[in-house]
Design a protein around this ligand. Structure first.
Ligand code: HEM
Length: 484
């Protein structure tokens, strides 16, 4: 049996009885073991993530199966068969840390690749799109998804009030209320990088890219009724499913694939469609931009300690490695700031020193000290010596050529002229009859809890996407009201 010790390694001979003055007490201040135990217990919680608080994580391996070196010089893709250690955290978005896994919500799909050139984090969702196209609206949107400030209840009124006044959300709302809004655990859904990113090859040429993770377990969704039942009887359904699958050697796998657009193609496609290739509310049609296979991601190791590895994991879309790049997407640009900032508060100044966050390759910088500095650079200089004999490798951005920008600095509102409806309508028309029925019933069940003006505004958006969509929702709400 392991000897119990204090945190300082001192053997503890009795962990059942406090030191007291006499058998009935009082308790003596000198019982340091008791005090340390209570003190540490009082400090066990760190703030939960401001979004995506409920989640599950696992380690795994990414293996390259196809040569994409003509698009990217990133070393992790340099040879077929090359393997990179990965970590993936799945999550729901709006619920608290103790909320149910099966709630209707997008699912987070945040992958870290521990590459030989540093950590690459692709922090995506199980949806190819999002509700917004400008990060300035994100805090307001999330406030409507969380609890009302007065009632402390989730509010369908707040949710639909926001969406009905943000028609750019329509595409993602359609995905969310379809059967895909309640995936059967985390293994049976796809993942997406969602944003447009870039790939840069050895010649410095940039192409725009979207990342896809296609589940090899097959897509499986829960019905709304089953998701609701599980929320009651097994709120940790997805955590249990993932942990048990990995523990029994049934390792979940995803095919990692990309869609690619060079800049000339981007300009032509934008001119032809009127859509913006960097707009997160839009997909790139796969008929025109077919998926190209890259590799296989397998999850094969449960973390030993949930708090250390999953709760303290701090992934950020700003973490990209040479050969990969960002795009002008306004949402992405906001996220490049938001994550590290959140983690400085949530986990601490030196969150990158923790084992789950620390790069697997050597790393050197001049950031020093602060709370819990456990990888503090040893005796290495704490300033940049700027040696003349060290070759310049380019600044952050990896020395790659940038992309051209145009126009005056300002706040641009394109919502009046943007097309929010065609892609949402296309998705509706793609659904099976049963899929359409479920979508309409799921929306009506929720939207019927909002006031009449909000319902009308939102139905107006559905009608613009597809008449049958709008009429279907309006009729379903009327039927619910007649039942009541
Ligand atoms: C988590 C902000 C949009 C996916 C977070 C966190 C913040 C945040 C602050 C918590 C980070 C932490 O404490 O570790 C934002 C902002 C957004 C935005 C400001 C818009 C401007 C998105 C989008 C996606 C996304 C578009 C998906 C495409 C995620 C995921 C997590 C997360 C998956 C959880 C990461 C993990 O598992 O640790 N977001 N987010 N977010 N966000 Fe976002």
């Amino acid at each position: 049996m392991t000897q119990l010790t204090t945190a300082s390694g001192i053997p503890v001979n009795d962990n059942q009885n406090s030191i007291t003055a006499g058998p009935r007490g009082p308790v003596l201040l000198q019982d340091f073991h008791l005090i340390e135990k209570l003190q540490h217990f009082n400090r066990e919680r760190i703030p939960e993530r401001v979004v995506h608080a409920k989640g599950s994580g696992a380690y795994g391996t990414f293996t390259v199966t196809h040569d994409v070196s003509k698009y990217t010089k990133a070393k992790l893709f340099a040879a077929i068969g090359r393997q990179t250690e990965t970590f993936l955290r799945f999550s729901t978005v709006g619920g608290e840390k103790g909320s149910a896994d099966t709630e209707r919500d997008p699912r987070g799909f945040a992958v870290r690749f521990y590459t030989e050139e540093g950590n690459w984090d692709l922090v995506g969702n199980n949806t190819p799109t999002f509700f917004l196209k400008d990060g300035i609206k994100f805090p307001d949107f999330i406030h409507t998804q969380k609890r009302d400030p007065q009632t402390n209840l989730k509010s369908a009124q707040n949710v639909w009030d926001f969406w009905s006044k943000a028609p750019e959300s329509l595409h993602q709302v359609t995905i969310l209320f379809s059967d895909r809004g309640t995936p059967d655990g985390y293994r049976h859904m796809d993942g997406f990088g969602s944003h447009t990113y870039s790939l840069i090859n050895d010649a410095g040429e940039r192409v725009w890219v979207k990342w896809h993770f296609k589940t090899l377990q097959g897509i499986r969704n829960l019905t709304a009724a089953e998701a609701q039942r599980l929320a009651g009887v097994d709120p940790d359904y997805a955590q249990r499913d993932l942990f048990n699958a990995i523990a029994t050697g049934d390792y979940p796998r995803w095919s990692v694939e990309i869609q690619v657009m060079d800049d000339a193609r981007r300009a032509a496609w934008e001119a032809q469609t009127g859509w913006d290739a960097f707009d997160l509310t839009k997909v790139w049609p796969q008929g025109e931009f077919p998926r190209i296979p890259v590799g296989i991601l397998e999850l094969n190791r449960n973390p030993d300690n949930y708090h250390a590895d999953v709760e303290q994991a701090a992934l950020s879309p700003s973490n990209i490695v040479p050969g990969l790049g960002y795009s002008p997407d306004k949402m992405l640009q906001a996220r490049l700031f938001a994550y590290h900032d959140a983690q400085l508060y949530r986990v601490g100044t030196n969150h990158q020193h923790l084992p789950v966050n620390r790069p697997r390759c050597p790393f050197h910088n001049q950031q020093r000290d602060g709370a819990m500095a456990v990888a503090n650079g040893g005796a290495a200089p704490n300033y940049d010596p700027v040696h003349a004999d060290v070759p310049a490798v380019g600044g952050f951005g990896h020395g790659d050529a940038g992309w051209p920008v145009e126009g005056n600095a300002g706040r641009y509102d394109t919502r009046a002229t943007d097309d929010h409806f065609t892609q949402a309508g296309n998705l509706f028309r793609l659904l099976t009859e049963e899929g359409k029925r479920n979508l309409i019933a799921n929306i009506a069940g929720s939207l019927s809890n909002a006031d009449a003006a909000t319902q009308d505004r939102q139905i107006g958006h559905f009608l613009k996407a597809d008449t049958a969509y709008g009429q279907g929702v309006a009729e379903a709400i009327r039927a619910l009201q007649n039942q009541a």
